[in-house]
Ligand binder design. Structure first.
Ligand SMILES: Nc1ncnc2c1ncn2[C@@H]1O[C@H](COP(=O)(O)OP(=O)(O)OP(=O)(O)O)[C@@H](O)[C@H]1O
Length: 260
């Protein structure tokens, strides 16, 4: 078991509340994520998972609560604030440009320029290609040509390009929303391998997934939400899929909070 408790959390959210009109989507939820730790955020439809990650990634501002990152209190007012801190979110649409190649996507919006004849600025394709190759190699990702357009890649490869981009630009915390949902079995396995590689390299990960099998393969810790509230938190070694399922659906017998 990883001795995560003695380290300082990378992210700590404390008593987060987010309301939509009269509906309390997230109700006083607290959680921590440590460097190099994979935390799964679990819960049934409408439990509040997406809302909570949108608070962390700056899409929504919380109505109440505090957020600490690297030990300091931070105000995350918009997605750029989150990205500046090193919090990157991979949504299911991946936000890739389908008609551009792999390395152009890794540098999308942050292209590297060079001077041509000491006069005009032009794109430095060689640099971007080389840097992209390095980051993919570092993460053990296999894509034959980085000049391939995104639309010609498989779902798993696209996912890995989106992840590489975040890591290249120094993500410390990666939030992944259902990363394996749309993939075939072989590709799912590769994405899970990639998550393990990221963890080994010290990246912290929050993963939302309905696939408990996947979650048990990669998550160090699981946080379960129900109707906006945190109803349980378990280390993977100390729980079972049955117990987590009971927490998700609300079987009262296993609801006691073991940390109390
Ligand atoms: N923008 C919004 N405006 C109003 N209500 C919202 C909004 N976003 C979410 N909600 C409500 O907040 C509650 C939590 O939704 P949320 O999407 O966070 O759940 P979830 O756990 O991510 O569910 P799912 O697994 O279906 O994505 C739900 O009752 C939902 O209808």
């Amino acid at each position: 078991m990883k001795a995560v408790e003695e380290r300082k959390p990378l992210l700590e959210v404390r008593d987060i509340v987010k309301r939509f009109g009269g509906l309390v989507a997230v109700n006083r939820v607290s959680m921590e994520v440590y460097p190099g730790e994979v935390v799964a955020l679990l819960g049934d439809n409408g439990a509040g998972k997406s809302t909570l990650i949108k608070v962390i990634s700056g899409v929504y501002r919380p109505d109440e609560g505090r957020i600490f990152f690297e030990g300091k209190e931070v105000k995350i007012q918009n997605p750029m604030d989150a990205i500046r801190l090193g919090i990157e979110t991979i949504y299911q649409d991946l936000a890739l440009a389908e008609n551009l190649n792999v390395y152009s996507n890794i540098f999308l919006g942050r292209e590297k320029l060079k001077k041509w004849l000491g006069l005009v600025s032009v794109l430095d394709h060689d640099y971007m290609l080389e840097e992209s190759r390095k980051i993919l190699d570092r993460l053990g990702i296999e894509i034959a040509s980085l000049k391939s357009k995104i639309k010609n890649l498989s779902g798993g490869q696209r996912q890995s390009v989106a992840i590489s981009r975040s890591i290249y630009w120094n993500a410390k915390l990666l939030i992944m929303d259902e990363p394996t949902a749309a993939l075939g079995v072989a590709e799912q396995r590769k994405v899970l391998d990639l998550i393990r590689t990221l963890r080994e390299q010290g990246v912290a990960i929050i993963i939302i997934s309905h696939q408990l099998y996947d979650v048990f393969q990669v998550a160090d810790r699981m946080v379960v939400l129900r109707r906006g509230e945190k109803v349980g938190e378990r280390l993977r070694e100390e729980t079972t899929p049955e117990e987590i399922t009971s927490l998700i659906i609300g079987a009262e017998l296993v609801e006691e909070d073991r940390r109390a």
